[in-house]
Design a protein around this ligand. Structure first.
Ligand SMILES: [Zn+2]
Length: 312
């Protein structure tokens, strides 16, 4: 199922008006891929536009510059494939612009006819075709690519992001929760991990006394740690890490901890430190990125003393 709906980019604008969006997108995309934009396009037949870009190849014999003629065809709105008729006189166009490569940049697939034409043996130039699938794959590989999705395909991005929540950029480094037995970072696959709490048998009218809190892998690591921590008079409880990364469940767990503290629950020093570490490290998985003004605000709060409303 593709992530990007290329129809979000409007059809090429009429002659004489501002540069069309698809061509602009192609320029930005190729720049992210490492090409240098040499020449803005001229308008070819059937509203197709050509760009010239340069690729720097480093090999054993030194550096080589390859000039590519890039032909942009935006047919996502009609859904029709790019046909040989859409790409007339390729050889002439490549030669006229002193290029040694031809690249199709298409928002629909190429027809079998065009594919045969471009893959014919003995062509005096290199060929590279960016079709929608390849464009999407490349975009998802870098931060700059993802920013282009956000910018040119905001609805597609919103849809995809909703189904694929990432880790919010809140701390300098990525959050980690390590298994107390084997040291695996459980946040790379939360379905493998669990949070285990050991508390004393509850007494009538008294709050819980939590002795140990840790994270571990489900299965073997959990069993081994159980033997180590399961002393007489303690009972264990657990919560799956994948549940705790659901924002509602995370909040519910936090509320139950806060309510417990008011009821008189107590924690050993170790258990309390570990609990805080777990809450802090799961937080980026249920939160959003900070905006630039928020980052500034956090920095300024960091230098203010506590009494003046800061964190210091
Ligand atoms: Zn483990």
């Amino acid at each position: 199922m593709p992530i990007i709906d290329f129809k979000e980019i409007p059809l090429s604008s009429s002659a004489g008006s501002a540069r069309d969006q698809f061509e602009l997108f192609a320029r930005e995309f190729l720049q992210v891929q490492g090409f240098r934009i040499v020449e803005a396009p001229d308008r070819g037949p059937d509203q197709g536009r050509d760009l010239i870009v340069e690729e720097l190849r480093t090999g054993v014999a030194g550096e080589t510059r390859i000039r590519w003629l890039v032909s942009c065809k935006h047919k996502a709105h009609s859904g029709r494939s790019v046909s040989p008729e859409d790409e007339p006189d390729i050889h002439d166009r490549v030669r006229t612009h002193s290029c040694s490569g031809f690249s199709g940049f298409y928002s629909t697939i190429q027809s079998s006819g065009l594919s045969a034409k471009l893959n014919a043996s003995g062509l005096p130039f290199e060929v590279m075709v960016y079709d929608p699938e390849l464009i999407e794959r490349q975009l998802l590989q870098s931060k700059e690519g993802i920013s282009l999705i956000e910018r040119f395909f905001p609805d597609s991005w919103k849809r995809w992001r909703g189904e694929n929540p990432g880790v919010a950029e809140i701390f300098e480094t990525l959050p980690e929760l390590r298994c107390s037995h084997c040291d695996t970072n459980l946040l790379t696959d939360t379905s493998r991990g669990t949070v285990v709490l050991w508390k004393k048998y509850p007494r009538e009218g008294a709050g819980d006394t939590v002795q140990h809190v840790y994270c571990c892998c489900k299965g073997d690591c959990d069993r081994i740690l159980k033997q180590q921590f399961g002393q007489k008079g303690l009972i264990d409880g657990w919560k799956g890490l994948s549940d705790l990364t659901i924002p509602t469940d995370y909040l519910r767990w936090q509320m139950s901890i806060v309510n417990g503290l008011r009821r008189g629950d107590s924690y050993s020093d170790d258990a309390f430190e570990n609990l805080k570490e777990i809450l802090v490290n799961i937080y980026p998985l249920v939160a959003r990125n900070l905006t630039e003004p928020e980052k500034e605000r956090i920095r300024s709060l960091g230098v203010l003393p506590w009494g003046l409303g800061g964190y210091g």
